[in-house]
Write a protein that binds this ligand. Sequence first.
Ligand SMILES: *Cc1c(COP(=O)(O)O)cnc(C)c1O
Length: 394
Amino acid sequence: MTTKQFSSSSTNAVHAGETREKYADSLTTPIFQTSTYTFKDTAEIEAYTKHKKDRFEYGRYGNPTEKIAERRLAALENAEDCVLFASGMMAITTTIFAIVQSGDHIVITDDCYKKTLEFCESYLKRFGIDCTIVPFGDYELMDRSVKSNTRFIFSESPTNPYLNVFDLEKFREIGKKHDVITFIDSTFATPVNQRPLDWGIDLVMHSATKYFAGHNDILAGVVLGRSDLISKIRNLHKALGGVIDANCAYLLIRGLKTFPLRVKKQNESTLEIAHYLEGHAKVKKVYYPFLESHRHYDIATGQMQGGGGVVSFDIEGDLETSKRFIDALEMMYIAPSLGGVETLITHPALVSYYDYTRERRYELGITDTLFRLAVGIEETEDIIADLEKAFASI
Ligand SMILES: *Cc1c(COP(=O)(O)O)cnc(C)c1O
């Protein structure tokens, strides 16, 4: 089967990974809603089993709609191969289990997705897999933390909610020096803004729930990299079984068509909003990697094409001020998640860190007046007008 691949992301987002001729001359990708696949006769079974003919057998081992989504994502990330999962967490956990075994060790930075850290800290220990958590950005300590039984080093970039950026070149060098796998969660960046594989990183994962799907309507996850690593992960995936279904894969394919357009718009809008916030008298601090005031501005602009669609900011006042501010918003929704077409705002202290004591939250830098804004694709001035109204109410 000859599938197409082009040099531009926008074109790949619409066409990559698919044949020109589709079932029943359909223009769009058919949804193969089937759990199993038929064999015409015993010769066909043998062609598949003995002679390794490339075809589908059973739903957990693959589906044509899913396959097209995987090839399209691989083209966008410039990866040899790609495997899709039912969620971002399924992608992370399956990948980790495919790489490590009892007695192994991993190194992870402390500024990672909460559930990723929880999985590494609590669950891996039960299987005799040790984990060292190093402060984000302490490359020297990361380097020193690698032991003879270390299998991989993991980081996220940019991170939530302060949009810290990890130096991909330093990350690659540590991995190369010790011959360990470098694995990065690039969800916040997307391949429009950052292509870690081009920087020599071994494995990239995304919560495709966010920018790739882009419409806040599905959960999906993806891991990309060299074929030898991906086939190891795919084999375990077939046993663990956290596969994406055909309808979901279709919605992902549909979302991907506008993915580069959306992210470019979100880059522009978010930078403009970040400048607006930085100039606001009621704002104490703004966190956006493409603002010169950001602690990682140089690393960000050196390895990223755009700052992405998330900006965080700390306002003047206290918890009560924060509640009044967020309750006064009319267009954007109060909701977790990011990367979709709708602008969403979260108050980390009341949502993701509600069960922490105030002291612990402040140690982590999660203040009572911190907000994370996940910018959608609405007109920038309408988003700013919504914020302006909320500022007027405090
Ligand atoms: C959302 C998210 C995840 C988890 O992905 P799910 O699709 O929700 O399972 C992992 N990492 C980052 C950075 C995320 O934003």
